[in-house]
Design a protein around this ligand. Structure first.
Ligand code: NAG
Ligand code: NAG
Ligand code: NAG
Ligand code: NAG
Ligand code: NAG
Ligand code: NAG
Ligand code: NAG
Length: 659
């Protein structure tokens, strides 16, 4: 006895695969000289995380006790006890997990009580006063019962199901199953199945986090008025019967050899009611994998199409769309231009990855948006305008110039304009609608999560750079030439602090000023051969935004050389280019300070349909005609922003202004 108990303690603490092996080893002692099945007598208790053995059924197939749910706490639950997954079929406290040290006790006066660590009752059965139980029993059906005088049934877990029904467990009028929130998060979720008082068996979406019904997505209409009970019989059939026992509506008609297979019917977190089987033994399961297998004809057959209502998000979260996989399970995805709000919980929906159209200047922004076509896709009930008869191009233009329009759908000369949050999104081959997702063209996806305040600027930067490598080499050589000739000729001189080079209107900053302006060189915009570039804000009245270039490779060169360099770069300014604002030349520190332009409209100009070709863009940048022959403007990778050389710095920071 003692030995057995120790072995069990080990089992409770082992990982599942090992646990399973140990469990098999234990089958022999358990069934031959192990503890005989006993009813749960008054005064017996279990403590969460103490290693107490759960209360098992005579066959050992079901157990009642505590199951740990991640790090969140413990469920007082009933589970399949002979399979490694320990699949939970019922729980008492799914919305209020118990902590380590909590106890469940069948008290001396016959109450089944769950107490938290400090001894406060958090759940108790039977609920109302009256006589207590004489004993409790975990039955081989998976039903846990409190028995009164002469075995009278005072309470049973079968009468208060959570998300699962077991064979012989029937649902009476008013009985309901509530889907779990996620596969391994058992708290109340977003869907439920209820045998209504009128006899109608219905599946509803709920007003999460409440469990009130919102929209019925599946019903057995014909049982209204005469439906009396939902029967789940031993061989796997499930149906609604009338008071006289007549079958009114079959629900599942899968015939299951119950001697070989465990069976359950569960409303899953995705809102689908499914039957599952698991082989009881490896030999009995020749046909079946040693795992829960879904039986055919889940309800509803396609939940993606089943839920369409004006309130609630549909089968998936807001702004996402649902599609049925090859495994007949729904999956939730984000449309182009959107990403999951919470990657750990895809059903929380999707959010835009781009900045919405500016309603103050919608016409200016038309060129910033494009459509991503999603065939066989619709977002029912998200529309606010409909046009007919129109053609698809008209539909696109209408959505493009309307800042409210997030997506348009088009079918047979009809155009619907829809706004977010998008509801009931679904992609399915049966749909002929084409959804036109309106997304901002400049796409910013690079790693920086917190610091993407001005994505378009960096995109411009990167693409301009990559496309301009030949140019840069020429400029580099020029720069190096100038640098060396000046260096050889000129002598070291001290530039007075705060001296403004009058003729060029360049300001001389102290290193401290720039350190403050950039918040300690916090937000790096890019990095090149001569060092990094940081974003900053000047402390002056205008709060001018600047880009500060640290010339690491130039540290150690002379003052005069640097000053000369500043002048050279300063002169590169052109009416179309961004200004050099100033510099810092202090000890080892050499920095250049540029005007920083938020470039929403700039990027449109460069990347929009009306953008000039590469050749022309270079001309604009330098006010000259330099390149001849073919120039490639389409192979630029908009996402890269590597800065390659010092003339590149000049060019990057002197970004194009719209003419
Ligand atoms: C459980 O208790 C009932 C009622 O006292 C009794 O009939 C039954 O034999 C008990 N079962 C076991 C295994 O002790
Ligand atoms: C036990 O539950 C009571 C009532 O909900 C609560 O006030 C108390 O803090 C809980 N104790 C612990 C240790 O969680
Ligand atoms: C389950 O999900 C809900 C809703 O997101 C959350 O509040 C709760 O903490 C989760 N429970 C567990 C055990 O993770
Ligand atoms: C279960 O129901 C089906 C359909 O009514 C019936 O054919 C079958 O015999 C029933 N099985 C049991 C064990 O009652
Ligand atoms: C059983 O009840 C149903 C619905 O109330 C009714 O249609 C049917 O005729 C009844 N059958 C018998 C045998 O009484
Ligand atoms: C059992 O099924 C689950 C979910 O379908 C899967 O994640 C797991 O890998 C399967 N286990 C085995 C042993 O096949
Ligand atoms: C931006 O790019 C990412 C990955 O390349 C993509 O998933 C997303 O849909 C794109 N967004 C837009 C607005 O095109």
């Amino acid at each position: 006895m003692r030995c057995l108990r120790i072995q069990y303690l080990h089992i409770m603490n082992l990982q599942l695969p090992y646990c399973f092996c140990f469990f098999l080893l234990l089958q022999l002692p358990f069934s031959t000289n192990g503890q005989a099945y006993k009813n749960v007598s008054l005064g017996t208790s279990l403590t969460a995380a103490s290693g107490d053995l759960p209360w098992t059924s005579p066959s050992g197939e079901f157990a009642f006790g505590f199951q740990q749910v991640g790090d969140a706490g413990y469920l007082l639950a009933i589970w399949f006890n002979k399979i490694p997954e320990r699949t939970i079929v019922w729980s008492a406290n799914r919305n209020n997990l118990a902590q380590r040290g909590s106890t469940v006790q069948l008290t001396a006066d016959g109450q089944l009580v769950l107490n938290n660590q400090s001894g406060t009752r958090i759940w108790t059965r039977p609920e109302l006063g009256g006589s207590g139980a004489d004993y409790a029993a975990m039955l081989d059906t998976g039903n846990f019962m409190l028995a009164g005088q002469a075995g009278a049934n005072l309470w049973q877990s079968f009468d208060q199901p959570t998300d699962t029904l077991l064979p012989t467990q029937n649902l009476n009028l008013g009985g309901e199953l509530i889907a779990p929130y996620l596969e391994k998060n058992y708290s109340d979720g977003r869907f439920k199945l209820i045998l209504q008082d009128d006899g109608n068996l219905v599946m509803h979406t709920t007003a999460y986090p409440l469990t009130t019904s919102i929209f019925a997505y599946w019903t057995t209409q014909s049982s209204i008025g005469s439906g009396h009970q939902l029967i789940f019989n031993q061989s796997g059939y499930m149906y609604v019967v009338a008071t006289n026992g007549t079958i009114l509506n079959p629900v599942f008609s899968n015939s299951v050899p119950s001697q070989d297979l465990y069976l359950r019917a569960t409303i899953d977190y995705d809102g689908v009611f499914r039957q599952y089987v698991y082989p009881k033994t490896a030999s009995g399961g020749k046909r079946w994998a040693m795992n829960w297998t879904t039986l055919p004809n889940s309800i509803p057959s396609n939940i993606c199409l089943a839920i369409r209502y004006s309130a609630g998000s549909g089968a998936c979260g807001f702004n996402s769309y649902c599609t049925l996989g090859d495994d007949q399970r729904p999956s939730c995805r984000c449309p182009p231009g959107y990403t999951f709000s919470d990657h750990d919980d895809e059903r929380k929906g999707c959010k835009k990855t781009f900045i919405s159209q500016d309603c103050d200047h919608p016409s200016q922004e038309i060129d910033s948006f494009e459509f991503r076509d999603m065939p066989n896709t619709n977002f029912p009930y998200a529309d606010y305008e409909v046009f007919s008869p129109v053609d698809e191009d008209w539909c696109r233009q209408s959505c493009l110039s309307d800042c409210y329009c997030d997506v348009a759908t088009f079918i047979d000369g009809k155009c619907w304009k829809k706004r977010g949050p998008l509801l009931n999104g679904v992609t399915d081959p049966s749909l002929r609608d084409k959804a036109l997702m309106k997304v901002r063209i400049a796409n910013w996806t690079a790693g920086s999560s917190a610091k993407k305040r001005d994505p378009s600027a960096l995109i411009v930067t990167g693409s301009v750079l990559l496309g301009s490598s030949i140019f840069l080499i020429v400029l580099s050589l020029l720069g190096i030439y100038v640098f060396f000739t000046r260096w050889n000729r000129q002598k070291r001189k001290v530039i007075p602090q705060h001296h403004v080079i009058r003729d060029m209107n360049l300001q001389n900053f102290t290193y401290n000023e720039l350190e403050t302006a950039t918040g300690g060189f916090d937000e790096e915009l890019g990095r090149g051969a001569f060092g990094p570039v940081y974003k900053g804000v000047l402390g002056d009245e205008d709060k001018q935004i600047i880009a500060v270039k640290k010339l690491e490779k130039m540290a150690g060169e002379g003052e005069t050389e640097f000053k000369t360099e500043v002048k050279v770069i300063g002169r590169t300014n052109h009416k179309n280019l961004v200004q050099l604002v100033g510099f810092c030349n202090e000890g080892q520190h050499r920095l250049l300070v540029y005007e920083y332009m938020s470039s929403g409209s700039l990027s449109n100009y460069i990347f929009g349909d009306s953008r000039p070709n590469w050749h022309r863009r270079m001309q604009i940048a330098f006010g000259i005609t330099m390149l001849t022959g073919t120039a490639d403007n389409d192979t630029m990778d908009c996402r890269t922003h590597i800065i390659t050389s010092i003339p590149a710095f000049v060019f990057i920071e002197n970004r194009l202004r719209p003419p």
